[in-house]
Design a protein around this ligand. Structure first.
Ligand SMILES: [Zn+2]
Ligand SMILES: [Zn+2]
Length: 338
C-alpha cells in the first residue's frame, strides 16, 4: 500500500505528530490532491486546540493548500490530472439547501464543511477534498509563495472588492500583519487611495513599500479624525484582533461607508448615531468559495500582489505552528511537503 506523511493532532492541545498513513482514495464527488505547500493560519488553532464544536480526532489541519490534481473520484467533471489547484477554508456545500439554491453556497446550511476541521486538510502529502471546494490555479505559480492566498489572500481581496468602494475612493486597512500586509497591496492594486493604520510609527516604511498612500499611527492621535481629514473612508478593512481598535476607527467612515470586519473579536461597540446619520454600516465578511479563490490567485499573479512568508518543511510543523502563534512571523508561515 502506498503511504504518505501527514501532520496530525491526536487530541486537543497535543503536539503535532508526523505519521505514515495509507494514501486515501477519493470518493464520489471528491478529488485527491498532491499537496505541494500549505499555509499555517491562526484559524488552525480551532483544530489544534479542539475549539471547533464536534471536532473529531485525529485531525490534519490546513486550509491554505496548493497542489495538483492527483486522482478524480466518481461523478466528478472538469478536472485534469496534474493541473494546479488550491483549497481554502470553504470545504464544500450541498447544493440543495435554501442558501445554496439562492446562490449563497458559502453559507450552506446542510453541510458546514471546513477544510482541515471537518475533514483532513493540507498538512499532508496528499489530501482528499469535495470537488466543489477546489479552485483552479493559474499555471506558473510557486506553491510556497502563494499558499497563504487561499485564506489570507481571498479573505482580504474578496472583502475589499465587495466593500462598495471604487477606484479613487479612500480605503483604510486596519492592522498591518498577516492579513493586512496583503490587504494594503490589494487595496492599492484595486485602485483605492490606500491608508494603512497600525499602532506605532515603525510600520510606516513597510506600509509605503506595500503601496499605501498614507499611514496613520493609531497611538499618536485619533485615527478616525485622521481619516476624516482625508474625506473619510468609503471602506475600512478591519483585520485587527481587538474590538477596541475597530471601534476607534469607525468614526473615520465617509457617508455610506462600510467597516468590513474580517477578524473575529469578542465584541464590538457600534457608534449607532454616527452610523445612522451617515447611512454607514458595519459588515462581516466571509473569506469566499472556490471561484473567489480562483479570482484571487489570478488577480494576485497579474497585479504582483505577494504574500511575505516564512517557509518550513512539514517535518518542522511544531516549530512552524509556534512561530505563527507567536505573532512574530513576517507575515505568514508556510509548510512545504518536499
Ligand atoms: Zn485561515
Ligand atoms: Zn447547502
Amino acid at each position: 500500500m502506498p503511504t504518505m506523511r501527514v501532520a496530525q493532532v491526536s487530541q486537543a492541545n497535543a503536539p503535532f505528530e508526523i505519521v505514515e498513513r495509507e494514501i486515501p482514495e477519493p470518493g464520489a464527488g471528491q478529488v485527491r490532491i498532491k499537496v505541494q505547500a500549505c499555509g499555517v493560519c491562526h484559524s488552525d488553532s480551532f483544530t489544534k486546540e479542539g475549539l471547533w464544536p464536534g471536532i473529531v480526532f485525529p485531525r490534519v489541519p490546513g486550509h491554505e493548500v496548493i497542489g495538483t490534481i492527483d486522482a478524480i473520484g466518481y461523478g466528478v467533471a472538469g478536472w485534469t490530472p496534474g493541473e494546479p489547484v488550491g483549497v481554502g477554508w470553504h470545504g464544500g456545500h450541498c447544493g440543495y439547501c435554501h442558501p445554496c439554491r439562492h446562490g449563497d453556497s458559502f453559507a450552506c446550511a446542510t453541510s458546514t464543511l471546513v477544510t482541515g476541521i471537518t475533514h483532513d486538510g493540507g498538512y499532508a502529502e496528499y489530501m482528499v477534498a469535495p470537488a466543489e471546494s477546489v479552485a483552479h490555479a493559474p499555471p506558473g505559480l510557486t506553491p510556497a509563495e502563494v499558499a497563504p492566498l487561499m485564506c489570507a489572500g481571498v479573505t482580504t481581496f474578496n472583502a475589499l472588492r465587495n466593500s462598495g468602494a471604487g477606484p479613487g475612493d479612500v480605503v483604510a486597512v486596519l492592522g498591518i500583519g498577516g492579513l493586512g500586509h496583503l490587504g494594503v497591496q490589494y487595496a492599492r492594486k484595486l485602485g483605492f487611495r490606500t491608508v494603512a493604520i497600525d499602532r506605532r510609527q515603525q510600520k510606516a516604511p513597510l506600509a509605503a513599500q506595500l503601496g499605501a498612500d498614507h499611514y496613520i499611527d493609531s497611538t499618536a492621535g485619533d485615527p478616525a479624525a485622521e481619516l476624516q481629514k482625508l474625506g473619510g473612508a468609503k471602506a475600512i478593512l478591519a483585520t485587527a484582533t481587538s474590538g477596541e481598535a475597530m471601534a476607534a476607527v469607525q468614526d473615520g467612515l465617509a457617508p455610506n461607508g462600510t467597516l468590513m470586519v474580517i477578524g473575529a473579536v469578542p465584541s464590538l461597540a457600534a457608534d449607532t448615531l454616527f452610523l445612522l446619520q451617515g447611512r454607514r454600516s458595519i459588515k462581516g465578511w466571509y473569506a469566499g468559495i472556490a471561484s473567489d479563490s480562483e479570482d484571487t490567485l489570478r488577480f494576485s499573479q497579474s497585479s504582483g500582489v505577494q504574500s511575505m512568508n516564512e517557509v518550513y518543511p512539514l517535518s518542522r510543523v511544531n516549530e512552524a505552528y509556534e512561530r505563527m502563534m507567536s505573532g512574530d512571523a513576517r507575515f505568514r508561515v508556510v509548510l512545504t511537503m518536499d
